[in-house]
Design a protein around this ligand. Structure first.
Ligand code: HEC
Ligand code: HEC
Length: 475
């Protein structure tokens, strides 16, 4: 078996790409295919793992090129990619015990007469930003949807979509007779969208892209039982609902369960924008405030936000003054009884690092202005002192005091670092909805430029600001 076959075993590769790979048998090219192979167009449907252990899945061509430990590494790469992608897309880490069994979100989806729950139709689900993976649906069903023969106002259709594993980021659990018995969530919920190739909200998966349409607060507030969240925050359900409503589309508050600060001093919501989870390889600290590395944050999210069963520990959050909720509930030292997160961290990390930032579509920026903008970015505008190309964040420590970038310290103070992390800028064009900076305070790039011009006293002309915007859009 050659390396192409080795990869085909794990990924269904589109014919045109197969040809390219067929022409180039080096495993390097294969890695490029899974690493940088046109995330918007490639159709890589997960297949069941076959072929057993890496040792038994060796290929003769790979053997010719990779022998001994090199071959072990090459096979490991393929396996980590597959496992990590599966985890990112489908693993709930046991979070159905919280979202379904405890909060009853599945009842809200299916509907329940006795509980006066009308159910969630596909139309409603799409309207709160949930996405449907067209590749998970049988062709004949897609044809029927297109012809208007599927009732998109019926919650039963949503349940059918869940059964097909087609609702991005939401995993249904079913009784033997087919009734929905619980739901859990996956990483893809907030960090994936679809390309709308079938219709709005229905298309091929775009792993790692920020879903700025997703209204997390609205979805959570559908759950019939919000008492556990109220109890954690020592408040009442009405207040919890108000907080969830205050987030709006594209936002979530990943620190609320640590410090209980739902509202900023200016009265606005403490939620931050959902960031992309692509283009992160080479970047030191992660999150807007640099909590830690990718696997650090993955453990944080999987256990303390998604409510999966796992282990997460950070003594920095034991501080009752700064993180009263974490200190009281003990979530700074979460110990799930049945650890379903830690065994997944390695492959999940690997997969995330292999998601490239997407290239801007042709014609979406002006190349001559981009070139002028680049000179300004690296020169007069001093942007590249912090956004160091080609990572567009600092190698080494990428943290800054709030005053350095001229903003308030509310969100920085919610992190152990008390700082803001220089955002890696590649793929910026794909997450413009919701604005810029951690809370979307600058609705447009023009406003970001005005801010820097003022704060860093750059004396940029209007033409220079426009060129810088074209540069940012072309990254
Ligand atoms: C409910 C929505 C939601 C879910 C589900 C979610 N995240 Fe996030 N993620 C966020 C938000 C919001 C942030 C920003 C948090 C901050 O900066 O305080 C974030 C930040 C990140 C970052 C940092 C990105 C950067 O620029 O450094 C990574 C990596 C990440 N998430 C990966 C994951 C993984 C892996 C999972 C699944 C285990 C996951 N997320 C599940 C909302 C979510
Ligand atoms: C002192 C370091 C520093 C300098 C200089 C700097 N930035 Fe930033 N930049 C940051 C930090 C830190 C953030 C994160 C702010 C936040 O999320 O609140 C950021 C965020 C951004 C964002 C928002 C990204 C997003 O996803 O929301 C853009 C765009 C940006 N910078 C562009 C620029 C440009 C253009 C320049 C030059 C005019 C520049 N930066 C100069 C540190 C810097």
């Amino acid at each position: 078996m050659n390396p192409v076959a080795l990869v085909q075993e794990n990924f269904v590769i589109p014919k045109n790409i197969r040809k390219i790979v067929g022409a180039s048998l080096a495993l390097g090219a294969v890695l490029c295919l899974v690493d940088c192979g046109g995330s918007r167009s490639s159709r890589q449907t997960a297949q069941p793992m076959s072929g057993g252990s890496p040792a038994t899945r060796t290929s003769s061509t790979a053997q010719a090129r990779f022998t001994g430990f090199d071959e072990v590494i090459a096979n490991h790469t393929v396996r980590m990619m597959k496992e990590g992608r599966d985890t990112f897309r489908h693993d709930t880490f046991g979070s159905e015990a919280f979202w379904g069994d405890t909060l009853g979100l599945h009842e809200a989806i299916e509907g329940s007469e006795s509980k006066h729950l009308g159910g969630v139709s596909p139309k409603t689900a799409l309207s709160v930003g949930l996405k449907v993976d067209a590749d998970a649906l049988p062709g004949e069903l897609l044809v029927r949807i297109k012809s208007g023969l599927v009732n998109m106002d019926d919650p039963a259709t949503t349940v059918a979509l869940l059964k097909a594993r087609a609702v991005v980021g939401v995993a249904g659990f079913f009784e033997e007779k087919g009734r929905l018995k619980s739901v859990g969530i996956t990483c893809a919920l907030c960090h994936s969208t679809v390309d709308d190739s079938f219709s709005a909200g229905i298309g091929r998966r775009l792993d790692g892209w920020a879903n700025r349409d997703l209204n997390v607060g609205k979805i959570v507030s559908l759950a019939p039982n919000l008492d556990p969240i109220a109890a954690m925050l020592q408040t009442d359900v009405d207040k919890v609902k108000k907080v969830l409503e205050s987030w709006g589309p594209g936002k979530y508050d990943a620190e609320l369960d640590k410090d209980g600060k739902a509202v900023r001093p200016d009265g606005k919501s403490g939620a931050t924008l959902l960031p992309p989870a692509f283009g992160l390889a080479g970047v030191n600290l992660h999150t807007y405030t640099g909590f830690g590395s990718v696997p650090y944050w993955n453990a944080y999210v999987a256990t303390t936000q998604m409510h999966g069963k796992g282990v997460y520990r950070d003594e920095r959050l034991k501080d009752a003054g700064r993180f009263p909720v974490a200190a009281r509930t003990g979530s700074w030292n979460t110990r799930g009884d049945d650890d379903r997160v830690t065994p997944k961290l390695a492959a999940l990390h690997f997969y995330q690092l292999s998601i490239p930032a997407p290239q801007p579509p042709a014609g979406s920026f002006e190349p001559a202005a981009f070139a002028r903008g680049q000179i300004l970015f690296e020169g007069k505008a001093t942007c590249s002192t912090c956004h160091v190309p080609p990572l567009y964040t600092e190698p080494g420590s990428n943290l800054h005091a709030p005053a350095e970038i001229g903003i308030d310290d509310f969100q920085a103070e919610r992190s152990p670092t008390k700082a803001y992390r220089t955002t890696p800028l590649r793929g910026l064009w794909s997450h413009q909805r919701g604005g810029f900076y951690h809370d979307g305070r600058f609705p447009t790039l023009a406003e970001v430029l005005e801010h820097y011009d003022r704060h860093l006293k750059l004396n940029l002309t209007d033409a220079e600001k426009k060129d810088l915007i074209q540069f940012l859009l072309g990254l």
